[in-house]
Design a protein around this ligand. Structure first.
Ligand code: DP6
Length: 408
């Protein structure tokens, strides 16, 4: 579509980025599948966008014939009900603001069709959940374009993917389950900002996956239907864990934070086993990482490193700056990589470290060559950002993806 010059001017465009988040108290199970309302509250750490982010450009123009979306260079079906919920909700908010004369920006575009183009700076094949950063970025970018400022924005992102609501804030974020039937109080809020605990470090250990795992949506549906342990978790365990987790974060108490994080991950995977038929997200390498972390902590007689696993075999490790380089060396020793040093650890630099013979002997595990493909080293980071430089728009002046974002 080649637009005449004056028509090009009717094109409004905004580009934003949004982060990935990793839960330390897991969300697993919905009480309302359409509105995506959870059966328990959850809490996560937002990861830094220098390492992991989604970038989204949304353009609107009266010349567009229909809403369209391109994800990682490929056009996808816009009729996806979750995408539709997000689009409808933002348009509704925008109209509301316009009707009340409340809007600060030009919202005339709200009646126009949109073109959406979104890319991740991490490979989908890495098995990292991209729906959280993806929907958070979509909703945030739409809100910027249509001049929507609302505390309810996380409720819109939640309707794209539950965990996406937590990616609207940086640092430490809780998603309160809420009580209302319409979900208006099922919102994310920041517990502490990304600068609150600067020594905290995050490593994603990308494990070689043998098969594609069951998706979160269908997995949690099956758990709600069949697991009794899930009810106990939601009613009894999570409410007190949320309080404790917030307290230990505020106190920057790593041993308590780490222990609670590991226990919560383990309980989530116990619920997966309690689901009938059972769901297995962890593989042999995941189990070996769990043993390695416990043996490492045991050696020092304190929790220096903690693991957590989502709906797949990749481990996310939380630790403190002081222990980072030694633990990465431990991982390198017990999971000898296929690729050389620099390629194995991506992201924030990690210094090299020597391991004592005593530590290696005490851990006492057979090395698993090539069990871990690579590590992404990162830390807590900020929430969504607007990208000011127009050169970074993913859509061209014709409203179509630039050549550089199209995949073959
Ligand atoms: C294990 O947010 O991907 O990562 O709401 O159905 O889209 P839907 O599920 P999703 O589930 C995430 C589950 C988890 C735990 C978590 O992030 O809290």
């Amino acid at each position: 579509m080649n637009m005449p010059e004056n028509d090009k001017q009717s094109l409004s465009m905004v580009t934003c980025t949004a982060p990935v988040n990793i839960a330390v108290i897991k969300y697993w199970g919905k009480r309302d599948e359409d509105l995506i309302l959870p059966i328990n509250s959850s809490l996560s750490v937002t990861l830094h966008q220098d390492q992991l982010k989604t970038t989204t450009t949304v353009a609107c123009s009266r010349n567009f014939q229909q809403d369209r979306i391109w994800l990682n260079g490929k056009e996808e079906d816009i009729s996806n009900p979750r995408l539709q919920s997000c689009l409808q909700e933002i348009r509704r908010f925008s109209r509301k603001r316009r009707n009340t004369g409340d809007s600060t920006s030009d919202v005339s575009g709200v009646s126009h069709k949109v073109h959406i183009c979104s890319v991740n700076n991490f490979p989908t094949a890495a098995g990292l959940a991209s729906s959280a950063s993806g929907y958070a970025c979509l909703v945030y970018t739409l809100s910027q374009l249509f001049g929507v400022e609302s505390e309810q924005l996380s409720a819109v992102a939640r309707q794209g993917s539950g965990s996406a609501c937590r990616s609207l804030y940086g640092g430490f974020v809780q998603w309160k389950l809420g009580e209302q039937l319409d979900g208006k109080d099922s919102l994310a809020e920041q517990v502490e900002s990304e600068s609150y605990w600067p020594e905290l470090r995050v490593l994603t250990l990308v494990v070689s996956a043998e098969q594609k795992s069951v998706g979160s949506t269908s997995g949690m549906h099956a758990s709600v239907e069949t697991s009794q342990l899930l009810k106990y978790r939601a009613d009894v365990v999570v409410p007190s864990r949320m309080e404790e987790m917030i307290r230990v974060i505020r106190e920057r108490d790593f041993p308590a934070f780490g222990e609670l994080t590991m226990k919560d991950s383990n309980q989530f995977h116990a619920i997966c086993l309690d689901t009938y038929p059972p769901i297995f997200y962890l593989n042999n390498t995941s189990h070996r990482i769990i043993s390695l972390v416990h043996r490492y902590n045991q050696y020092y007689g304190e929790t220096r490193v903690a693991y957590t696993f989502d709906a797949g075999p990749n481990a996310v490790i939380y630790t403190l700056q002081d222990h980072l380089s030694e633990f990465v060396q431990v991982v390198r020793h017990f999971f000898p990589p296929e690729v050389s040093g620099e390629e194995f650890v991506k992201g924030l630099p990690v210094c090299s470290a020597d391991l004592s013979e005593e530590l290696k002997r005490d851990i006492n595990m057979e090395p698993t060559p090539k069990g871990i493909r690579y590590i992404i080293s990162t830390k807590a980071g900020p929430g969504p950002c607007v990208v000011k430089d127009p050169n970074h728009h993913l859509l061209g002046a014709d409203g179509l993806p630039k050549k550089s974002v199209i995949s073959d």
